[in-house]
Unconditional design. Structure first.
Length: 429
C-alpha cells in the first residue's frame, strides 16, 4: 500500500520505518529539513532500538522523506503523526494539527481518486470529526464519505521500545465511520494483526480517541497509586517493592508498572493527563481523582530532595544527579523528573553535577550552570551526596568510593551494595 505520514518525530519515523519494513511504500512529510535529509541519507533522526537498521535498509527504495505535501497525492492513506502539545493552561493545543490538516487538505484538492486520512496523534474525543475533518473538506473541496475517508488509529508505542511496540502491540485500535476505512486499515496492518497476542479493536472514532487517553491516564494513575503506597510504606519502614511485588501477583493488578519512585514524566503522560482533565472540565465534569494522580506525582521530586536534605546540608554542597532522560532507553528529556530535581537542588543552594548515558546534550542548553560529567564515576567524584533520577542499567553496582560523603537517595531503585555507603535511602522503600 502507498502510505504517507505527516510528522516524522518519535511516532512518525518509527511508524514509517516499520511500515516500510512490512513492505509498504512510505513517504514522510516533515517540515524539518534536517530530519528529511537524515532519513533520505538512510539514518535515524532519533535514538530508538531497531530503527536505524530499518531506515538504512529501506531508505531510497520504499521509504523516503520530503517537506513537500504534494507527495501525499501518490499515496492512498495518510497518517497524521503531528505534535499535540499542552497549551499554557494544560489543555490540548491543536494549532499544529490544524496547520497540518490545512496543508494536507490543500494537497489533496488536486488528487482525483479516494483518500483515507488517519489521525494517529493523541487527540480528545471529537477532534478527528469536528476539527480535522472540516478543515480537510474546506481545503480539499472533498466531502467525508465521498472521496475522503476519516479514521482514528491511536498509537501505544513507548520510548525506548518503540519499534517492537509498534510491530508487536497488544492491540490495534481502529476508529472508523465507514467500512472502507476499516477495511483499508485492516489490510495495512494485516502482518501485525496475524501475530499471536495482538487484538484488533474496531470502534467508532470518538471511542478510539478516548481509548488512548484512558490508556495513558490509567497507567499514570497506577504509577501514582504505587508511589502513594510507597510513600506510606516508607513511613512504616516497610519495603514497598516487596509489598507491591506480592500485590502484583494478583492477575487483576499485574506485576507491570509497579515501580514506585520519582514518578512519571515523558512527552505524553503529563500532557495527556492534563489534556484529559482540562477536556473533562470543559465538558462539565470535575476529574478529582486525576487531579490527585497529578498532585501525588508532582510531589515526588521535592520529596527526594527533602530526603537528601535530612542527611546533607545542601547549601554549597556538590550533589550528583544520576540520570537525566525521563526513563532509561531513550534520550528524551521532555518532562523528565530529573529536571525538577535539578531545580529543587539549585533552589537549595547546591552545585549540581549530572550524568546520563545519552541525554546530556539535550539538557545542557537548558541548564548551563549544571556541570556535566562523562561517566557516572566522574559525576560522583568529590560529591557530598547523590540522587538517582533515572534507572539506567549502568547505574547498577556503581563504585561510590570517590564521593566526599557517601550519601545516596535513590528515586528509582537501582542495585546498590549498601555496605559501600554511609547512607542509602530509597524514596519509596
Ligand atoms: N512520543 C511517543 O512516545 C508517543 C507519542 N504519541 C502521540 O503522537 C503524536 C506525535 O508525537 P511525537 O512523535 O512524540 O512528536 P514529535 O515532536 O517527536 O514529532 C512531531 C514531528 O512533526 C513535525 N511537524 C510539526 N509540524 C508539522 C507540520 N505542520 N507538517 C509536517 N510536520 C510537522 C515536527 O517537526 C516533528 O518532527 C502526539 O500526539 C503524541 O501525543 C503517541 C504515542 C507515543
Ligand atoms: O502516549 C505515549 O507517548 C506513550 O506514553 C507511555 O510510554 P512512555 O511515556 O514512552 O514511557 P513509559 O514506559 O510508559 O513510562 C512513563 C513514565 O512512567 C514512569 N514509570 C513507569 C513504570 C513504572 O513502574 N514506574 C514509573 O515511574 C517512567 O519512569 C516514565 O517516566 C505509554 O506507556 C505508551 O503506551 C504511550 O504510547
Amino acid at each position: 500500500m502507498h502510505v504517507s505520514i505527516v510528522g516524522s518525530g518519535y511516532v512518525g519515523t518509527t511508524v514509517a520505518a516499520c511500515l516500510a519494513d512490512l513492505g509498504h511504500e512510505v513517504v514522510n512529510i516533515e517540515i524539518d529539513q534536517e530530519i528529511v535529509d537524515t532519513i533520505n541519507a538512510g539514518e535515524a533522526p532519533i535514538h530508538e532500538s531497531g530503527l536505524a537498521e530499518r531506515i538504512a535498509e529501506h531508505a531510497g527504495t520504499n521509504l523516503r522523506a520530503t517537506t513537500d505535501y504534494a507527495a501525499v497525492r501518490d499515496t492512498d492513506v495518510t497518517f497524521l503523526c503531528l505534535p499535540t502539545p499542552q497549551a499554557d493552561d494544560g489543555s490540548l493545543d491543536l494549532a499544529i494539527m490544524r496547520a497540518g490538516s490545512e496543508s494536507l487538505g490543500r494537497a489533496l484538492a488536486a488528487k482525483a481518486d479516494d483518500h483515507l486520512v488517519v489521525v494517529k496523534s493523541t487527540v480528545l474525543p471529537g477532534t478527528t470529526e469536528d476539527v480535522v475533518g472540516p478543515i480537510l473538506e474546506d481545503e480539499s473541496g472533498k466531502h467525508v464519505g465521498d472521496g475522503l475517508e476519516l479514521a482514528m488509529n491511536p498509537e501505544f508505542l513507548r520510548m525506548g521500545t518503540a519499534v517492537m511496540d509498534f510491530l508487536e502491540p497488544d492491540k490495534v485500535v481502529v476508529g472508523a465511520t465507514s467500512e472502507d476505512a476499516a477495511t483499508t486499515l485492516r489490510e495495512l496492518y494485516a502482518p501485525i494483526l496475524s501475530r499471536e497476542g495482538t487484538d484488533l479493536v474496531e470502534t467508532d472514532i470518538r471511542e478510539a480517541e478516548l481509548i488512548k487517553y484512558a490508556n495513558n491516564a490509567f497507567l499514570a494513575s497506577k504509577v501514582s497509586l504505587v508511589n502513594e503506597l510507597g510513600n506510606i510504606a516508607t513511613e512504616y519502614g516497610a519495603d514497598a517493592y516487596e509489598v507491591l511485588a506480592a500485590v502484583g501477583l494478583d492477575d487483576r493488578i499485574s506485576e507491570r508498572f509497579m515501580r514506585s519512585g520519582l514518578g512519571w514524566g515523558g512527552s505524553c503522560f503529563p500532557k495527556d493527563v492534563d489534556a484529559l482533565r482540562a477536556g473533562a472540565r470543559e465538558q462539565g465534569y470535575d476529574p478529582a481523582l486525576l487531579d490527585a494522580v497529578v498532585a501525588v506525582n508532582d510531589a515526588q521530586p521535592r520529596r527526594l530532595v527533602d530526603s537528601l536534605a535530612t542527611h546533607v546540608d545542601l547549601e554549597g554542597a556538590r550533589i550528583t544527579v544520576l540520570g537525566l532522560s525521563f526513563k532509561p532507553g531513550t534520550d528524551d528529556i521532555r518532562k523528565s523528573r530529573a529536571l525538577d530535581v535539578i531545580e529543587y537542588l539549585q533552589d537549595r543552594g547546591a552545585t549540581v553535577v549530572a550524568y546520563d548515558p545519552v541525554a546530556v546534550e539535550n539538557v545542557r542548553p537548558m541548564y548551563p550552570d549544571v556541570e556535566y560529567a562523562d561517566s557516572a564515576v566522574d559525576a560522583l567524584a568529590d560529591a557530598d551526596g547523590a540522587v538517582v533520577a533515572t534507572d539506567w542499567p549502568e547505574f547498577d553496582d556503581l563504585a561510590f568510593d570517590g564521593m566526599a560523603q557517601r550519601v545516596v537517595v535513590d528515586g528509582r531503585r537501582i542495585d546498590v551494595d549498601e555496605a559501600d555507603l554511609d547512607v542509602y535511602e530509597g524514596l519509596t522503600w
